[in-house]
Design a protein around this ligand. Structure first.
Ligand code: HEM
Length: 488
């Protein structure tokens, strides 16, 4: 890139209220979303300081897109990625540009559109089983329930449900332990992270056991290369014809890293998206009612099937709108690999760049009434690719986007077909800001709907009830807790 600019990073305005030694650490820790939204008045870029180091936060959609599209220069790297690699290795989501293209070519077939109906069938079955396990009047820990749903569904799509029940149960428990410890471990300095505390021992045990389980499954697959029509079979069989160094297939170690990446990265983001979608439906009963009407009409007593997807327009818009309001990957970072220019400003190699879907998705000049849940804003067409970025963009765009959307739409449909959801209490729900935009602690009450169809029972869509308090879609924050190990 030719550098025709004269401005340097020092000319980028510094966000207000920086303290001498701490910089913006306090507002960022106390209430990161409020801090980020306070920057939405900056049209292009703003500097943020964390202690002695500073980062450039990009506020403009076109500049954000430029960063995403130039992944050779704006690469993944730095201390956050080093920590994530300790958990999931050097897989597709964490590797640097030099390793990325080969890995992406090898992983892409596992997410080919022809694979989606097969995965969709697993998602639909898992969601119906989950919805059938609840009882009228239950108060659900929604995030927990969605985590077990997506963990099970991800395991089955990856390993075709061939796991013995005990292995499945243990892996679900190990996954929960890893995910809940992850954010705390990411925030703990290196020396303290190594102290032999009971939490560390639990975490190490879960991490080692899950890795051993995955290694065992991979060894079994190598010994029996029949196509099981699952994600792992495609990964094991993938061949990279463009490989320059003879490494045409993924090694066992690479396979293990990719499997762990998909598994841990895919299940929490999708679970959180579903939890937020259910929260938004519970607090917007008119939309919930319309979704029930759509669901009843489309299913008409049939079992849920991926073939129903094209008719589930409102469910799809609800998911799109949920990902706008609560993008699980609310912030992403990049490290500059060489001096470059962005928006007329010269930036030095090694600089840190911060991108935020949350900031773009809630900018009032980009979205009309940005804090309002309005799935119908998507009636007129597809989201704009510069201003709507829940899955990122460019070569590092989420490889699991269609996988996640298929799973979320089917799960939402299975749930509203059976249940009406209402908020518990009338206090607005306070989300937690972690590496993901977490819905941990969200509770909703279930009432059974009397639906029918195939057996001739009358279809009844629950009438909308007015909520006494309409909780805001504007989250507040609280540090600590679980987070997705894939740095999205
Ligand atoms: C609603 C659910 C999901 C959301 C919001 C989401 C979001 C994202 C985002 C924003 C990125 C880009 C990160 C960056 O550029 O720094 C990403 C990358 C990635 N995601 Fe997702 N994701 C979701 C589900 C999934 C699923 C289901 C899988 C796998 C089964 C997955 C696997 C990955 C991987 C491997 C990458 C790295 C891709 C690459 O660098 O080539 N994600 N995701």
């Amino acid at each position: 890139m030719t550098d025709t600019s004269t401005a340097t990073a020092a000319s980028v305005p510094l966000a207000p209220r920086a303290l001498p030694l701490l910089g913006h650490a306090l507002p960022l820790l106390r209430d990161p979303l409020a801090f980020i939204m306070s920057l939405s008045g900056y049209r292009e870029m703003v500097r943020v300081r964390l202690g002695p180091s500073s980062a450039v936060m990009v506020c403009d959609p076109d500049l954000t897109r430029q960063v995403f599209l130039n992944d050779r220069v704006f690469d993944k790297g730095g201390p956050i990625y080093d920590r994530i690699r300790e958990v999931i290795g050097d897989g597709l989501s964490t590797c640097s540009y030099t390793l990325h293209r080969r890995q992406r070519r090898l992983c892409q077939p596992s997410f080919h559109p022809t694979r989606m109906p097969g995965y969709g069938a697993v998602f639909a079955r898992a969601a119906e089983l989950k919805a059938a396990s609840w009882r009228d009047g239950d108060v659900l820990d929604v995030t927990q329930e969605m985590m077990t749903l997506t963990t099970r569904a991800t395991m089955e799509t990856m390993f075709s449900g061939a796991l013995p029940a005990e292995t499945m149960r243990r892996s679900l428990a190990d996954t929960a332990t890893i995910v809940s410890a992850f954010f705390r471990r990411m925030m703990t300095p290196g020396v303290l992270r190594q102290l032999p505390t009971p939490q560390k021992r639990r975490y190490d045990r879960a991490r080692n056991r899950l890795s051993a389980t995955i290694a065992e499954i991979i060894a079994d697959r190598r010994a029996d290369p029949t196509d099981h029509a699952d994600l792992l079979s495609t990964l094991v069989g993938a061949v990279d014809e463009e490989s320059q160094d003879g490494q045409k297939q993924l090694s066992d170690a690479e396979l293990a890293d990719e499997a762990l990446t998909f598994f841990l990265g895919g299940m929490e983001t999708t679970a959180i998206t579903l939890a937020w979608a259910l929260h938004l439906l519970a607090t917007n009963p008119d939309v919930q009612h319309r979704l029930q009407v759509e669901t009843d009409g489309v299913l008409a007593g049939e079992k849920l099937d991926p073939a129903h997807l094209p008719s589930l327009g409102l469910a799809s818009r609800v998911v799109t709108e949920t990902l706008r309001l609560y993008p699980p990957a609310w912030m992403m970072t990049r490290t500059l690999r060489q001096d470059t220019e962005l928006g007329g400003v010269s930036l030095k190699s090694g600089s840190t760049i911060v991108l935020s879907p949350y900031l773009l998705h809630r900018r009032p000049d980009l979205y009309n009434e940005p804090d309002r849940f309005d799935p119908d804003r998507w009636l007129d067409g597809q989201p704009d690719r510069a201003t709507y970025i829940p899955f990122g963009a460019g070569a590092r765009k989420c490889i699991g986007d269609q996988f996640a959307l298929t799973e979320a739409i089917l799960a939402l449909t299975a749930i509203v077909a059976r249940w009406e959801l209402t908020p518990v209490g009338d206090q607005p729900f306070q989300p937690k800001v972690e590496t993901s935009l977490s819905s941990r602690g969200l509770n909703l009450r279930l009432s059974e709907r009397r639906t029918g169809g195939a057996d001739g029972t009358e279809l009844r869509a629950a009438a909308p009830k007015s909520t006494s308090a309409q909780p805001s879609t504007q989250p507040s924050t609280q540090p600590g807790g679980s987070a997705c190990p894939v740095q999205h």
